[in-house]
Ligand binder design. Sequence first.
Ligand SMILES: Cc1cc2nc3c(=O)[nH]c(=O)nc-3n(C[C@H](O)[C@H](O)[C@H](O)COP(=O)(O)OP(=O)(O)OC[C@H]3O[C@@H](n4cnc5c(N)ncnc54)[C@H](O)[C@@H]3O)c2cc1C
Length: 409
Amino acid sequence: MADFGGDVEAFRAEARAWLEANFPEELKRDPAQQMAAAMGLPESAAACAWRRAMGERGWGTPTWPAEYGGGGLSRQEARVLAEEMARIGARNPIGGMGVMMFGPTLIEYGSEALKRQHLPGIIKGEVRWCQGYSEPGAGSDLASLQTRAEDKGDHWLVNGSKIWTSGANLADRCFCLVRTDQSKKHEGISFLLIDMTLPGVEVRPIRLINGTSPFCETFFTDVKVSKDQLWGPLNGGWTIAKRLLQFERENISAGLGGGNIGQAIPLPTVIEAARGYVGVDETGRLADRDLRRRLTDHLMEARSFQLTVRRAADEAKSNQGPSAATSIMKYAGAKIAQERNELLVEAMGAQGLGWAGEGYSPAELTALRTMLRSKGNSIEGGTSEINLNVVSKRVLALPDPKLKGADPK
Ligand SMILES: Cc1cc2nc3c(=O)[nH]c(=O)nc-3n(C[C@H](O)[C@H](O)[C@H](O)COP(=O)(O)OP(=O)(O)OC[C@H]3O[C@@H](n4cnc5c(N)ncnc54)[C@H](O)[C@@H]3O)c2cc1C
């Protein structure tokens, strides 16, 4: 990695030249294919070459430490890289839960050995991770989880089940919360890093309302996990788990506010759909006055949200990383994404209500399924109600009505 000594324009020239040499032209008009590996879709040869090039350079994780293979860029350089990628229509091919939540938390809380073992595979986009948090009896009240890991001397023996494990059927590894002490609640939880190919791990996809199966039930039956895959102190997993949730909420919010990007079938924006399906009046304005007003409200809110997410992310990076305030973003982002997808289907009228078959374009069919999928936005990564609770307790420091005289922190 060249040292640009803070000369951002020199870095821009270097990034531009490298991107022009390495970004396959044919991927320009295919954003979904660019991110195929991160989304678990089959990858073309060009997409594979692009992912490998970005992974080798470390630019899929631009600000991660260079010593593990990350880009080692400053925030300013990372911003320049993003600008240069946007300029040529290139998207980051390296993503998923490893990049969004596990990696950043491992960088903060991992031992040197675990960082050296697990970060390079994420940075190169070669190892996919899934999140083993929720259980049939532990969602919002996550700390009541019952999947247990027993210390058997030379290994951990894991038994139990997880649910809603996104992408478990495609994942190589799982960052998993397990109970290592039955006598305590939060203080009896540890983190284990589990290889999904181990005997006793079974994954069953769940079919969702939008027709896809990206979520799974994950069963662990007498799974033997090596002792060195304990992440953090024994019974000290809860602190790491909460930190990881902040990274998760930060990343979900950024994704929700950015529009329906990265779909295998590209969707029109709400404005394009409204103009195309509802039409415009003689002055060029959207013909339906009521829809025009609601669409304007939505667009203003979405734009303010995008700017706020960007500012908060900048502030977070120059401070201690994401904070409890990510719950505000997650709450607002879910609302905006749901509104956007409802408006899109509404603008399409009857054409937005097709489930399958002739008479509907691929984008129309995708719009309905995306709208149904967006219902999960206010549940995943902590429900809207739980995020409001976090805001009330940790951001506004309001007293908990259940605990008279309790310290809100
Ligand atoms: C799209 C999607 C992807 C997901 N991916 C993963 C994943 O990869 N890994 C993983 O581990 N989990 C995942 N989840 C699970 C998700 O984290 C849980 O669904 C979520 O935490 C809620 O838990 P629950 O479904 O058990 O609902 P419950 O906790 O049973 O909640 C039911 C309802 O009660 C409300 N409620 C509960 N407690 C309170 C309270 N104290 N105050 C106010 N209201 C309350 C909730 O807001 C909700 O409306 C995913 C979920 C979705 C929808």
